[in-house]
Design a protein around this ligand. Structure first.
Ligand code: HOZ
Length: 430
C-alpha cells in the first residue's frame, strides 16, 4: 500500500479552513470514499502527489490539459507575458488573436466574448438568448451540467449529481421556474416542452456530447432534431462545448456532428490551464451584448493576458500537427483494451468513448441518458477507482465525470492502464 501521509496531513489542515477541504466539490473523493491526494506537480500525462507518488492522469485538470500538463511552450508564453503585466483591464492584443482563432476554427462563431469560466460563459449565453429572443424559458437536459449559475442548477450533472444535489439549496424556485428539464435523447419530451410553452422558449442549451453524468452520446439524428426544432420554433440552439470544444475536433462537437448552433460556450482548453471562458455565435445575436446592445455582461479579468497567451499557444500547438488523429488512436486503444479487460474479468461494463473522452459504467444495460447512467453500480466504481489509484492510475473520483486523454499519453501509458484495469477488474468479479 502506498503512503499518502503528507496528503492526509494537508487535508486535515484544509478541512479546518476550507469547507470540505476543497475549492470545488468533485475533488473531495466523497463519492468514492477516502481522502483526496494533494498534487504538487504535473507534467505531461503524469501528476505527482505531496508524498511523491506518481499517477498516469486521465482527469487532465478536468479537460484543459489536452497537450498534457506544463507544456513547455505554454509555460514559456505565460512567463514572457507575465513580465509585461498580469492584468490590464484595458483591451490587449492577445484578446483579438484569441477571438480570431476561435472564429476561424468554429464557423458558427462570427463574434465571441471572452470571460473567466465555463459557468460565466453558459450563464451569459442564456441571458443573451433571452434578451435576443425576448422570451424567458430555457430547455435543458437531465444530467447536463452547465456550471453553477442559479437557473441552470436543475437536475444538473457533475458534482451536483455526484453529491445528490442536482437541484441546489439556495436557489429560489422563482429562479428556476423558467427552466424546463427533459431527458436527453428523447425527441417526444422536447416536442412536448415546445407544445406546452409555445412562443415562450428562448432556447435549448445542451452539451452535444453530455460529459457530466459520465459520458453518453447523442443518438444518430438527435442533434439534427434539436437544430430543426429550435429553428422551426424561433428559439436558439446553444451548444455548451466547454468540454467538447477543441477536444473532439478543431471545431468541436459541432464540426464532428455537422451541426450549426446559434450560440456556443467554451472554456477549459482555450485557457491552456489558466481560468477562462468564452461564448460566441452569429454576429446579429452577439451584437445584442453591451456596449452595442441591451444585454449586460462584464468581467474585471476577462481577456486576461496570461490566460489569452496560454490559450493561444495551446490552440496553435493543437492545430499545428495531427493531434486529433493521435488522440483518436489512443482513445481506440483504450476502448478496445478496457472492453477486453472487463470481458475477461466477467464484469459488465458499458465503456463509452468519443475521441479522447471516455467513461465506463458498471452495468450490462445500454447508457443513453441520465436514467440509464444511474443503473451503474457505484460501489463497484468506487472499488475500481481506488484499485486503479493504487496501481498508479488517476481517474475522476466520480462515476459522473468523463475521462480525458492527452497528446502526452503514450501507447505504453494506455497499455499500462489496461493492464492495471484487468488486474483491478478481477478483484471486482462476483
Ligand atoms: N464540472 C467540471 C467538469 N465536470 C469539473 C470541475 C469542477 O466541478 O470542479
Amino acid at each position: 500500500m502506498i503512503s499518502r501521509a503528507k496528503s492526509e496531513q494537508l487535508f486535515a489542515e484544509a478541512l479546518k479552513y476550507i469547507p470540505g477541504g476543497v475549492n470545488s466539490p468533485v475533488r473531495a473523493f466523497r463519492a468514492v470514499g477516502g481522502q483526496p491526494f494533494f498534487a504538487t506537480q504535473a507534467r505531461g500525462a503524469r501528476v505527482v502527489d505531496a508524498d511523491g507518488n506518481e499517477y498516469i492522469d486521465y482527469v487532465g485538470t478536468w479537460g484543459p490539459a489536452i497537450l498534457g500538463h506544463a507544456h513547455p511552450k505554454i509555460i514559456q508564453a505565460i512567463q514572457r507575458a507575465a513580465e509585461s503585466g498580469t492584468s490590464f483591464g484595458i483591451p490587449n492584443p492577445h484578446e483579438v488573436t484569441m477571438a480570431k482563432l476561435i472564429c476561424a476554427a468554429v464557423p458558427s462563431v462570427q463574434k465571441v466574448r471572452l470571460c473567466n469560466s465555463g459557468t460565466e460563459a453558459t450563464m451569459s449565453a442564456i441571458r443573451l438568448a433571452r434578451g435576443f429572443t425576448k422570451r424567458e424559458k430555457i430547455v435543458k437536459f437531465e444530467g447536463c451540467y452547465h456550471g453553477h449559475a442559479d437557473s441552470l442548477l436543475v437536475k444538473a450533472g457533475s458534482g451536483a449529481l455526484t453529491f445528490g444535489h442536482p437541484d441546489s439549496a439556495g436557489v429560489p424556485a422563482a429562479f428556476t421556474q423558467h427552466t424546463i428539464v427533459v431527458p436527453f435523447n428523447d425527441e417526444a419530451a422536447v416536442r412536448a416542452a415546445f407544445a406546452a410553452n409555445a412562443g415562450h422558449i428562448a432556447g435549448i442549451i445542451v452539451e452535444p456530447v453530455p460529459g457530466n453524468a459520465g459520458l453518453y452520446l447523442p443518438k444518430p439524428g438527435y442533434l439534427e432534431f434539436l437544430r430543426q426544432m429550435t429553428r422551426a420554433e424561433g428559439a436558439l440552439l446553444i451548444f455548451d462545448e466547454v468540454m467538447t470544444g477543441f477536444r473532439l475536433a478543431r471545431g468541436g462537437a459541432q464540426e464532428r456532428f455537422g451541426i450549426t448552433p446559434d450560440l456556443s460556450c467554451f472554456g477549459k482548453i482555450i485557457g491552456g490551464g489558466l481560468p477562462v471562458g468564452a461564448f460566441g455565435g452569429r454576429a446579429e445575436i452577439m451584437d445584442y451584448l453591451a456596449p452595442l446592445g441591451p444585454v449586460y455582461q462584464a468581467g474585471t479579468l476577462s481577456g486576461n493576458p496570461l490566460a489569452m497567451v496560454a490559450g493561444i499557444t495551446a490552440l496553435e500547438e493543437l492545430f499545428a500537427g495531427n493531434a486529433y488523429e493521435a488522440l483518436e488512436k489512443l482513445g481506440a486503444q483504450l476502448e478496445t483494451g478496457m472492453k477486453e479487460a472487463a470481458k475477461a474479468a466477467g464484469v459488465p461494463v458499458q465503456f463509452k468513448r468519443i475521441g479522447s473522452m471516455f467513461c465506463g459504467y458498471f452495468t450490462d444495460k445500454p447508457v443513453d441518458n441520465l436514467a440509464d447512467a444511474m443503473h451503474s453500480d457505484r460501489d463497484r466504481f468506487a472499488k475500481f477507482f481506488h484499485g486503479m489509484l493504487n496501481e498508479g492510475v488517476y481517474l475522476a473520483p466520480s462515476q459522473f465525470e468523463a475521462g480525458f486523454i492527452s497528446t502526452a499519453h503514450t501507447v505504453a501509458d494506455i497499455e499500462r492502464t489496461i493492464k492495471a484495469a484487468g488486474k483491478v477488474m478481477k478483484t471486482l468479479s462476483v
